[in-house]
Design a protein around this ligand. Structure first.
Ligand SMILES: CC(C)(COP(=O)(O)OP(=O)(O)OC[C@H]1O[C@@H](n2cnc3c(N)ncnc32)[C@H](O)[C@@H]1OP(=O)(O)O)[C@@H](O)C(=O)NCCC(=O)NCCS
Length: 164
């Protein structure tokens, strides 16, 4: 996995059930939804996933649900060895464009208050904080707030092509 740091739009492809073994390396950390959970949702037709797979090897994955024009970002992750090199930004931006093409007009997400990198990524792509769920994440005695963020996709697309 080391050394794979760049990806192009052409490296984005839909995740299929047969991709599960190739994605396992991305889901070794015990944070966020598990790969099994996301694959089950996908099998039920309740979400879709895309992976950036330069040279056929997945280095990052993103999952959304889409109901009417409302999307929800369920998970994004970049392989640990390829982080902080712009792949998250690239994947989120490609994923949002794909969703916009499918009719999404708004995208929601929730993120742990402590996950400053993810919040920075979302802000970079135009998400704004829209709420907070107090103590939403619970593990043992530990409690953590969920920050809710929303992207107005119509405004984001307009900004992208405004030439600013
Ligand atoms: C969150 C995640 C997807 C970001 O992917 P990435 O490829 O590392 O992010 P990028 O390189 O595109 O950087 C995105 C922003 O975060 C900043 N950033 C990335 N890593 C950072 C670090 N270790 N420390 C400080 N800032 C960092 C970048 O500078 C960039 O900010 P900018 O747009 O203002 O320049 C990745 O860290 C990850 O997979 N984390 C584990 C899973 C997770 O937490 N997912 C989110 C669930 S809500």
């Amino acid at each position: 996995m080391e050394g794979i740091v760049r990806a192009a739009a052409g490296d984005l492809r839909s995740i299929a059930p047969a991709d599960e073994p190739a994605l396992v390396d991305l889901y070794l950390e015990q944070t966020g939804p598990s790969l099994g959970f996301l694959m089950t949702l996908m099998g039920q037709g309740r979400c879709q996933g895309w992976t950036l797979a330069p040279a056929g090897r997945p280095v990052a994955a993103i999952w959304f649900s889409l109901i009417d024009a409302e999307a929800e970002l369920l998970d994004i992750r970049v392989h640990q060895s390829s982080r902080n090199r712009g792949l998250g930004r690239q994947l989120l931006s490609l994923g949002l464009r794909t969703l916009a093409g499918m009719g999404a007009r708004t995208c929601h997400l929730e993120v742990r208050r402590s996950n400053a990198v993810a919040q920075r990524l979302y802000q970079h792509c135009g998400f704004v904080e829209s709420g907070c769920r107090r103590d939403y994440y619970r593990s043992g005695q530990t409690r953590e707030d969920a920050i809710l963020m929303t992207l107005d996709m119509e405004a984001a697309v307009a900004d992208e092509y405004s030439g600013d």
